[in-house]
Design a protein around this ligand. Structure first.
Ligand SMILES: [Zn+2]
Length: 459
């Protein structure tokens, strides 16, 4: 390892963390995103990664609804084989970050401090992992390869979104452009899984979890309407109570649990390194699935979410005065749809569980579970070989990502979409995503740079 180069790499990440590119919804009552920070971020990149900006073309796509300037960045690194222009490798990241104030942080979120933490050097701040960490590591890898005189065989595209955290349109705009150009990426790599420990019963070693699909997502609005009136003479079932009853019924009837094919593969793969009877059970998952499902369901919320479509009641609204009957009551239910299920089925299940026609259902922004990319074939093999080159012997497993990402927008134009950030993340570090004290270990960051580098050398 080249120590001064690594130190510079860390400085560059810190510089990017310091620019407060806070994501804000593009509609609704709240404040809009401060695009001057986004401009500042875009302007900072050429100085930090000069070779990338000398050798690659850069386009700005993905505008705000009311704007004309694009903030999502698409870089093209031309490959040596012109036939590879239509089957590029696409590395994705996003540079918008979840809002943060100094409150509660041990080191401020936008200071990009380099601190000693639990015996290791750590870059502290919002976006250090999600997802400026990945963005900077990708740029660093390309910068190093350019310095080494490497040219990929096929094109390499870098897609850096500006509105991932608010489910915006940036990545979709790029997909539309790529589709128009007849491009079908041979490999797409976006954020998602990581190198993690302690996530699987009986497994006492780290494993790289690569998302080969992601759950679908939709928002469901439940609404009960009623004539208003004086609260002194209420009907037996007010709109509020009727809604509450619906929500309780919903809670009593969770969606069915099952082990989809990807989760079975994950259990088999990770189980291959689990000793004793537990390992035996995991390796025979197909035989024991009916027995395993109830056991896993009881293991906690995260494991249970692996098995089924989940529903979370996130918002409640009703009433306008303490002494008046509510004219309406409304709840928002956030639904995450398991692979093999569908939005229609999930909504149907909700309707049946509630069993009350007076509760109106409105489906907002439905997004089906993503198609499953194969955990074999050249794209997968290149990714796993790159991981193995940098972290020899590391267990690599496909898994179902439970969060939604921009990667889902790429699935219509690519059959090989993977969700994996090559950083080692402890449970504590994972808990900091979208929360206070987000940070990344320098060692983990530099290892990630090398994985991207090793991957691109194979493309
Ligand atoms: Zn992210």
């Amino acid at each position: 390892m080249d120590a001064p180069a690594d130190a510079r790499a860390v400085e560059r990440l810190r510089a990017l963390v310091r620019i407060p590119t806070i994501a804000r919804p593009t509609s609704g009552p709240g404040p809009r995103a401060d695009r001057s920070a986004f401009e500042q971020f875009i302007a900072a990149l050429p100085g930090l990664y000069p070779r990338v900006h000398a050798a690659l073309e850069r386009e700005r796509l993905g505008t705000d609804p009311e704007g004309t300037t694009g903030y999502t960045l698409l870089y093209r690194w031309a490959g040596s084989d012109p036939r590879g222009a239509r089957t590029p490798t696409v590395l994705m990241a996003h540079y918008d970050v979840v809002a943060a104030t100094d409150e509660g942080w041990r080191h401020p979120p936008f200071a990009g401090e380099l601190v000693e933490h639990e015996g290791e050097q750590v870059v502290w701040g919002r976006g250090a992992i999600d997802d400026k960490g990945a963005l900077a590591a990708v740029l660093e890898a390309v910068e190093r390869l350019l310095e080494a005189g490497v040219t990929p065989r096929h094109d390499v595209l870098l897609l850096f979104g500006h509105d991932e955290e608010v489910a915006g349109t940036g990545a979709r705009a790029v997909v539309a452009a790529l589709r128009e150009r007849g491009i079908r990426p041979a490999l797409v790599l976006d954020e998602g899984g990581a190198i993690v420990e302690g996530v699987f019963p009986g497994l006492h070693e780290p494993a790289a979890l690569v998302g080969v699909t992601e759950k679908g997502i939709t928002t469901l609005r439940l609404r009960v309407e009623q004539h208003g009136g004086h609260a002194a003479s209420p009907p037996p079932l007010t709109a509020t109570v009727r809604l509450a009853r619906a929500l309780l019924r919903l809670n009593r009837r969770p969606a069915r649990s099952r082990l989809d094919a990807t989760t079975r593969t994950m259990i088999r793969t990770l189980g291959s390194r689990v000793r004793g009877p537990l390992g035996l059970v995991f390796r025979r998952v197909d035989l024991v699935a009916p027995l395993l499902v109830p056991v896993l369901r009881r293991r906690g919320a995260e494991t249970a979410a692996l098995l089924r479509t989940t529903r979370a009641v996130t918002e409640l609204r009703a009433g306008h005065a303490a002494n008046a009957l509510p004219e309406s009551a409304e709840a928002t239910v956030n639904i995450r749809i398991a692979p093999g299920e569908s939005v229609a089925r999930a909504v149907d299940d909700v309707r049946r569980a509630i069993a009350d026609d007076a509760v109106q259902l409105t489906v907002l922004e439905p997004s089906e579970p993503a198609p499953v990319s194969p955990a074999h074939g050249p794209a997968w093999d290149d990714l796993t070989a790159a991981i193995d080159e940098i972290v020899p012997g590391l267990l690599v497993s496909p898994y179902v990502m439970m969060q939604a990402s921009d990667a889902r927008f790429l699935t219509p134009i690519s059959d090989h979409v993977y969700r994996f950030t090559p950083f080692r993340l402890s449970a504590a570090e994972r808990a900091c995503l979208h929360a206070i004290d987000e940070r990344i270990r320098v060692r983990s960051y530099l290892e990630g740079v090398r994985v991207y580098e090793a991957l691109l050398r194979r493309r």
